[in-house]
Write a protein that binds this ligand. Structure first.
Ligand code: TEU
Ligand code: CA
Length: 554
């Protein structure tokens, strides 16, 4: 694998609306982000991915863009964005923005022009079909529930939206639309962006001709993935995009790729792939159900281990995976991958080490570094996220009581990741001096950055050590490029793997509350990291405490 500037880096995802509010309006903003760059540099962050902060009606919290060439005034001005790029550069940091081009907002000028003249140039920027009374062009279900077809205002047509009805799909079959996308990408790269995270990109190629499929629920609709599985030729678009943009800037691009076919991975992230990297969502998809969140299966430590090893094996030497335990679409990782009631600094550090030492580029989601947890929602009225509100209704329709439906969706809600960053034990967790746009997790007095900065045993301090290990010249090559080889794979609730390069490292985590003994393969040379003060070793038998994780040089 050719060495690239992003390979030995550590990335951090910021959800601007909830990160840091500089002007007291209760909404995070870009000046707030600038004020925290030193905090991120201290942690060891090199790459920052910003979730969208373009102009938007925020129907899907910014993933519905109404102007690709500006910054939404709620987040600041373009001058603030340029200042952020400048300040990041001073700190050798790279800024990624979110490229959301499967769809735009219904408040974008292109869509307004399409409504005025559906048969004109801009009508063909979207997927329009003649409206037929009593029947829909196709029976696909939106990711956010309901049909994907909506009346095109003022016309006798309907338009396609695989997400929310305020997110009309852009017609990638139209080369003129694709030109507009490439022009925008290059405009931002010329401004000094390090690259992009590519939103929902697997959706840009639909199976043609459009047709309906066997319904999979009583609503007579089918999962959008049923159609996507039949889509062919996405590479034509993604290869063209790569050649017209990223490739000419040595820019980093990471695709949000769900349900890719294994044989496609070399095309996606291989040596000359469409993207530099991709997120693999094996563990986030584990246990999900076609019926809805209410029917999802919990994930055990052994399931989590298997998902991680499968992802790593699938990618192997083909390319460079981007690893996460959470993002703005997922519940908090420590609340999902650590069994109920066992979430504590020790288990949070174990999860951090087991994820961080995997091969690929680690992405920390804001607050993950201090061990932020899911939020106790006391009423559905506290929920903002459209996906959660849809799943709540799905649970009610399936016969759950409102209380049970709330309990279920609270576990999976995207809002768990979107509550304000917990900076301190001051009011509103130090996020804002105003009224926060979304409730602050009441546990902020116990879990906040300020209390952890000076504590050498804090979760944040452990992340800092993990990052330093990844960058330590003595071990960097092995951690970045070394092969991953599971060790004692079938031992229950033990996640242990080698990283084999110019050195051999062994990562061993006791993924349960109960202590367990494990046989080392041989004498070790050095303890590189240990989330506990002790290392109980008799001969080659290591007695690991509950949630103890160690990293050894062998
Ligand atoms: O997500 C794409 C996607 O497939 C997931 O959103 C998933 O379907 C959804 O989270 C179900 O809960 C991207 C963004 O990450 C997400 O925030 C946006 O809502 C979506 O695209 C539309 O832009
Ligand atoms: Ca603000």
């Amino acid at each position: 694998m050719t060495k690239k500037w992003w390979h030995d880096k550590v990335a951090y995802q910021i959800y601007p609306k909830s990160f840091c509010d500089s002007n007291g309006d209760g909404i995070g903003d870009i000046p707030g982000i600038i004020s925290k760059l030193d905090y991120l540099q201290d942690l060891g962050v090199d790459i920052i991915w910003l979730s969208p902060c373009y102009p938007s009606p925020l129907a899907d919290e910014g993933y519905d863009i109404s102007d690709y060439y500006d910054i939404d005034p709620r987040f600041g001005a373009m001058a603030d964005m340029e200042k952020l790029l400048e300040e990041a550069k001073k700190r050798n940091m790279y800024i990624l923005m979110d490229l959301v081009v499967n769809h735009c907002s219904d408040e974008h000028e292109w869509f307004k022009k399409a409504c005025q003249d559906p048969d004109g140039k801009y009508g063909n920027f979207f997927y329009l079909r003649d409206k037929k009374e009593g029947e829909l062009p196709t029976n696909w279900r939106s990711y956010f529930g309901g049909p994907v077809w909506e009346d095109l205002p003022g016309t006798d047509k309907q338009y396609l939206h695989v997400f929310h009805k305020k997110q009309p799909d852009l017609n990638w079959e139209n080369p003129k639309l694709r030109e507009e996308v490439y022009k925008n990408i290059n405009w931002w790269l010329d401004k000094g962006l390090g690259g992009f995270r590519i939103d929902a990109i697997i959706n840009i190629k639909k199976a043609l001709p459009f047709r309906s499929y066997e319904p999979d629920r009583k609503d007579g609709l089918c999962n959008i993935q049923t159609m996507l599985k039949e889509a062919k030729g996405i590479g034509e678009f993604l290869g063209e995009m790569r050649d017209r943009t990223f490739k000419n800037y040595d820019a980093f691009s990471v695709g949000e790729v769900f349900n890719e076919k294994p044989e496609e991975i070399p095309d996606f992230i291989g040596e000359n792939g469409y993207f530099s990297s991709m997120f693999d969502f094996n563990e986030t998809i584990f246990g999900t159900s076609e019926k809805g969140w209410y029917d999802a299966k919990p994930i055990t430590p052994d399931d989590y281990k298997r998902c991680c090893f499968e992802s790593q094996a699938k990618i192997g030497d083909i390319g460079f995976l981007s690893n996460i335990i959470e993002n703005h679409d997922e519940p908090r990782g420590v609340s999902r991958y650590i069994p109920e009631g066992e979430c504590c600094p020790q288990s949070k550090k174990l999860l951090a080490a087991l994820n961080f030492m995997l091969r690929g580029l680690p992405f920390i989601y804001q607050g993950q570094e201090i061990g932020m947890e899911n939020v106790p929602f006391s009423s559905i009225d506290e929920v903002d996220d459209i996906s959660t509100l849809d799943e709540y209704q799905v649970a009610l329709d399936a016969g759950l009581s409102p209380a049970d439906a709330l309990k279920v969706v609270a576990k999976f809600s995207r809002d768990n990741a979107r509550t304000p960053m917990q900076w301190s034990d001051e009011a509103n967790a130090g996020f804002t001096t105003g009224k926060p746009w979304l409730k602050v997790n009441p546990n902020y007095t116990a879990i906040n950055a300020k209390s952890q900065l000076s504590d050498p045993d804090s979760v944040r301090s452990f992340y800092k050590k993990l990052i330093a290990l990844r960058k330590n010249p003595e071990y960097k090559e092995t951690v970045v490029y070394g092969a991953l080889e599971p060790y004692l794979e079938d031992t229950h609730n033990l996640m242990a793997y080698y990283r084999k390069g110019d050195k051999t490292l062994l990562v061993i985590g006791n993924y349960q509350m109960e202590a367990q003994a494990v046989e080392l393969p041989s004498e070790y040379k050095k303890v590189l990291l240990n989330n506990d003060a002790d290392l109980a070793l008799e001969g080659l038998t290591l007695k690991l405490k509950g949630y103890q994780v160690i990293i050894l040089e062998m």
